[in-house]
Design a binder for this molecule. Sequence first.
Ligand code: COA
Length: 378
Amino acid sequence: MMMTPTVQVAKGLEGVVAEATVLSDVQGQVGRLLYRGYDINDLANNSTFEETVYLLWYGSLPTRTELKDFTSRLAAARALPQSVLDEMSGWPRQAEPMEVLRTTVSLLGLYNPDRDDKSDTARRESALQLTAQMATITAAWNSIRQGRTPVTPRSDLHHAADFLYMLNGKEPDPEAAQIMDVALILHADHSLNASTFVARSVASTLSDMYSAITAALGALKGPLHGGANEEVMRTLIKLDNVSAVEPFVNSELDAHRKISGFGHRVYKADDPRALHLRRIARDTAEHTGNRKWFDMQEKMREAVTQRKNLPVNVDFYSASVYYALDIPIDLFTPVFAISRIAGWTAHVLEQYGDNRIVRPDALYTGEHDRAYIPIENR
Ligand code: COA
C-alpha cells in the first residue's frame, strides 16, 4: 500500500529560507533591491563597480583613500598567467565562452598556491584575483577564438572600461564605459539565486573558492538563469520586426513555452535592475537613432503583460544594451559573470564565516523491501 507523504517537497526550494545574509535584500513584492542596505538605484546612479565590490566585501562604502587603494589592487590582479593563456589557445575555437570561463577559473585554481589556505586574508586575495580576472578571461577568449593575440589589461582604466578595451583593442568612449559600469553594478549580487546557492553549498563543504566559483559558473550558464540574456537577443534577431512580436508571444504562450527575459521566482513586480536597463536601452535607441530592438522589446513586454502579467527580469533589457555596445551575443552571460563574481565571492566569504554544511533532505518516493533477484533469474 502506498503511504501518503506527510511532508511537502519544496520543489525548486521555493519559499525555503536556507541562509541568513547581510549582503543583498531582494524585495520581490515591491520590486526593490538593496546591497548592504543601499538601494540599487542609488548605487547605479552614483557608484562604480569597484566601489560596489568594496561595499559587498567590506560592508561599508570606502573612503577616497580606501577606494583608490582597492581599485589599484583590483587592476593589478587582472593579468592571467602566460601558461593559462597558452593553454587556452589550444582549446577548440567553437567552445562556448561560458564553458571557457568555467574551465579557466578551475584552471586558475591550480596556479594559486594559497587556494586551500583557510585564512581570511588568503580567501580575500583569491576573491580579489577572481573578480579581477573574470573580465580578462572573457576578453582573452574572444581574441583567441578569432585568432588574435589577447589584449593586455590596462591598469589605468576602470574595470568596466578595461573590459571593453580588452574586447575591442581600443579605449571605449566614456558613455559606453559608463553603461558597462552601471550594468556591472546592477548584476553584482542577488541574494540566494541558483548560482549563488551553488557557490555557498560548495563552500559549505569547506572546499576552496575556485571550486565554488567553478560550480557557480556552471549554474549561471543555464537558460533559466544567466543564459536568458543571450536567448532574448537571439529571439529578437530571429523575429527582426515589431510586427512579428505579438504572434510570437501568443504562439509561445499557447504552447506553454517560456519566453526568456520574463518571470522570476522572487519578483512579483518588475525587476528594478530591468527598469534601470530599460532606461539605458531607451536612451541608447534615441542616441543612436536605432530604435528597432527597443521598440520590439516594448511590444514584447506589452504583449506578455496582456496575456500573463509576468514581470520583466534583468536579462530582458541587458540583451539589447550589450548588443548596442557591440558585445558578441555569446559573451552576454560571461558579462553577467564578470559582475556576479563580486556577489558570489562575498557570499562564499560569508558562508566560510558562519558555516554549516548544506545538506537538505529528500522525500523518498521509490519502492521498499524489494527481494533481490539473482542475475540468472531476471
Ligand atoms: N514565459 C512564460 N511563462 C512563464 C515564464 C516565462 N518566461 N516564466 C514563468 N512563467 C509561468 C509558468 O509557465 C507558470 O505558469 P502556470 O502557473 O500557468 O503554469 C508560472 O509562470 C510560474 O512559473 P515557474 O516556472 O513555476 O516559475 P519559477 O519560479 O520556477 O521560475 C524562472 C522562474 C525565472 C526560471 C522562470 O520565470 C523562467 O523560466 N523565465 C524565463 C527564463 C529567464 O528569463 N530567466 C532569467 C531569470 S533572471
